[in-house]
Design a protein around this ligand. Sequence first.
Ligand SMILES: O=C(O)CCC(=O)C(=O)O
Length: 249
Amino acid sequence: MKLSKDKINLIKKHYDLNGYIVVRGLFDKETILSAEKYLWTYIEDNIKNFDKKEVNFTKNGDINSIHNFSKWPWVKKLRDNKNLKKIVNKLIGNQAKNFGAELFAKPAKSGMPAPMHQDNYYWCIDNACALTVWISFGASNKKNGGIYYLKKTHKFGILEHKRSYAPGSSQTLKYQENLKSFKKIYPNLQAGDCVIHHCLSVHGSEKNNSNIPRVGCTLRYIGKNSKIDSIMKMKYEKDLKKHYKKIMR
Ligand SMILES: O=C(O)CCC(=O)C(=O)O
């Protein structure tokens, strides 16, 4: 179904206001089912080709996340969704460029948390003109470690972070007590729904203690004129080295 101009304008209005927006049924369930069916065989066939640092396992040895997942052929198919293209270009405000893809597989019972953070602390985009489309492959909610947001925090600029030593999420907000007055909002998602968040929106996710896996894949975008800020990146990479030194011992 083609999204109307009015609907896209409304999506932008809510995204600008809150720093994230849920888009229900952006992908039909059959598409997501086909993608997920192929996902696990693709991982099995390619596990040796991934950079070790990019793959995180739970204590049970199941895959929790893969941080450079752009080569999965379904990434291109998902990106080609016409409604998605229109929304992303509208939200970014100029022609959007691809900026990678990730898998957050968060298995039942053992799926690991993503500590509270802002994506741009990792990405280091100079004008913070960047976003993530988090696509749900099944149920994602508070019970199974669904992603949460602190509303309107994208308006604060970049906040201080510190090393978290959490596998797959090396950084977390340094002064979380300052954000205690913000309620965590857990979007309740089904297969094919997605949530789009600004790269400065504070967000995270908790452990998956439930019996239901919480699988999602992200598509990331930056503005046509956005660049990586080399000073921000140098600082981040210095921290990242220390993170790996500790967790890969
Ligand atoms: O899927 C998750 O649990 C975390 C995802 C996340 O932090 C992100 O997409 O930036």
